[in-house]
Write a protein that binds this ligand. Sequence first.
Ligand code: C2E
Ligand code: MG
Ligand code: MG
Ligand code: MG
Length: 292
Amino acid sequence: RAKREGRNSHTLYHPDIDSQPDYQLVLRSEIFDAIQEGQFLLHYQPQMSCRTQQILGVEALARWRHPKRGLLAPQDFIQIAEDSGHIVALGEWVLRTACNQLREWVRLGLNPGSVAVNVSATQLSRESFTDSVHQALEDSGLRPDLLELELTESIMFSDASVTLDKLNALKKLGVRLSIDDFGTGYSSLSYLKKLPIDRLKIDKSFISGLPDDQHDSAIVRTIIAMARNLNLEVVAEGVETLPQLNFLSRHFCDQAQGYYFSPPIAAEGIYALLLEKQQKRAGGKDDQPTLL
Ligand code: C2E
Ligand code: MG
Ligand code: MG
Ligand code: MG
């Protein structure tokens, strides 16, 4: 029994499901219906200009409002969705919901900038992926350059020429492509010059040690310099403090995302922020930074 608890730490905190075969298996059996039944939602996290501290876009992050277990974070369900193949249906829902939401904010004259959507390697590998992006853009009426797809370096593990063709096809639709968690994955950098990538997102594990940790600051400076030399935009993830932001600004990082500005929040929260920004603009105070 002790062994069993050790293997699945969830049982320690959820004694009510102790008798069930496995928390993961339960979620796995529920996920498909949960998508159909509308139990998923998106939170959005602002992406800020380091220079002006204005919102330039948002990243959409999936949440599962589980009827029994409350609000679940991606670490509870993304791997399960991957393993069961339901990531394709979930990803499709995320894509459509994010495009529709952004289009709605644009329609309201709110100037939200772009929306970034996380795409898993499994999703990208599907033949139909480019078509589903095209459909989501058509159906929502969203300007393609306002949609950004966040990919991880693991896409390079699959057939490189297939990946290149696929990314080129996506670029043809007019969307932007970024590499998420940059620095944590595949070590070859040669793909950066081959692939039609627009931006790099520096993984938060390198941001946490700024500005004091010498290794983190050397790595971050190097990634920013490399990105600039390759004509890529660069975004820092997981910015939690002012000294971190100051370091990034000093080294000409383009954008920052993190708890310092805002955690991921519900659509209503983003709406309120954008509205406030719009009212300031209407009041002729356009040069005021958006303080969150
Ligand atoms: P990610 O795409 O790298 O997203 C950033 C994660 O860092 C988010 O976690 C966000 O809440 C968190 N974060 C943001 N600012 C800070 C900060 O200042 N400090 C710290 N410590 N963390 C911060 P979240 O929402 O739990 O998502 C985790 C991961 O799950 C995402 O990492 C992404 O890889 C994946 N994910 C989320 N939504 C989706 C989705 O719709 N589809 C796919 N395929 N993956 C998703
Ligand atoms: Mg991401
Ligand atoms: Mg990331
Ligand atoms: Mg991550």
